[in-house]
Design a binder for this molecule. Structure first.
Ligand code: BEZ
Ligand code: FE
Length: 289
């Protein structure tokens, strides 16, 4: 088969070459990808030079990845693709905690901590308490649930971005809920921070006139037996960038008050000076079918 000036027959040939893919889902994904990539090239009249630049960009993106940095996730995030995939695959059960992007800074093994421990190992930020329960969608508390937490320090850096500056495990903790499904820990009120801009994704943001900031947040993954885990954040109500998150990950129900709380007995219970900032947030999981 020959190829005409619009490239139609090369598209047909490339699609036909996929017909032998035995895994039907892989065939569907690759067919859709080829169709959309070819339409994209035709629609934008992509030039050889532009495609070479794009390949150089993708190559640099791959070369920027390390054990602690995932530039491809970052690219997917700033293009809104992570959030789109996350939303398409998410549950739609009312009352169940909404999910949002994982981001590139989750470590598979957070330090195991006891309820009430502090995760801010350095200090310097505004202290606060985060507390809540892990519940099943019908309101039943879930004892023994894992609550994996991570956040940037008060200057906007994760521990893995500053080895030798921050202690490993700063801003991280793996908690287990008590007999009533409760969790609580001490930390500092998170600040907004820029996603890393010293790599190809930063070049992309600059080329498109975009700011790199994420609104202040704390990440969670909650896992409980017989339930679907949820990966989410809480965002600090009233903070900057809630309407212009660089990775489009804000959902209204995840924005939480870090309320100034004047309650001496509660402050004593948590081991913090009174008054203190307090975010209360329940993680509600869907029963796995
Ligand atoms: C984060 O919140 O850790 C994050 C999410 C997406 C991109 C960069 C950072
Ligand atoms: Fe984050």
């Amino acid at each position: 088969m020959t190829t005409d000036a619009t490239g139609t027959s090369v598209t047909e040939q490339a699609l036909a070459a996929l017909r032998g893919t035995t895994d039907p889902r892989l065939r569907e994904l690759l067919t859709g990808l080829v169709r959309h990539l070819h339409d994209f090239a035709r629609e934008t009249r992509l030039t050889q030079e532009e495609w070479e630049k794009a390949i150089a960009f993708l190559t640099a993106t791959g070369q920027s990845c390390t054990d602690t940095r995932q530039e491809f996730i970052l690219l997917s995030d700033v293009l809104g693709l992570s959030m789109l995939v996350e939303t398409l695959g998410g549950h739609h059960t009312p009352g169940v905690t909404e999910s949002t992007v994982l981001g590139p800074f989750h470590m598979t093994e957070s330090p195991v901590r006891a309820l009430g421990d502090g995760i801010d190992l350095v200090g310097g930020g505004e202290p606060c308490v985060v507390s809540g329960r892990v519940l099943s969608a019908d309101g039943t508390p879930l004892p023994g649930a894992a609550v994996d937490v991570w956040q940037a320090d008060d200057k906007g850096y994760y521990d893995v971005q500053q080895p030798g500056v921050q202690p490993a495990g700063n801003g991280r903790g793996l908690f287990t809920t008590d007999a009533e499904g409760r969790f609580w820990f001490r930390t500092c009120v998170p600040a907004p921070y820029p996603i890393p801009t010293d790599g190809p994704v930063g070049d992309l943001l600059r080329a498109t006139g975009r700011h790199p900031y994420r609104p202040a947040h704390i990440h969670f993954i909650a896992t409980a037996a017989e339930h679907t885990p949820v990966t989410t954040h809480i965002f600090v109500a009233g903070g900057d960038y809630l309407d212009s998150d660089a990775v489009f990950a804000v959902k209204r129900n995840l924005v939480q008050d870090f309320a100034m709380t004047d309650d001496p007995p509660l402050a004593r219970e948590f081991g913090v000076p009174n008054p203190f900032r307090h975010a209360r947030f329940d993680l509600v999981l869907e029963r796995a079918s």
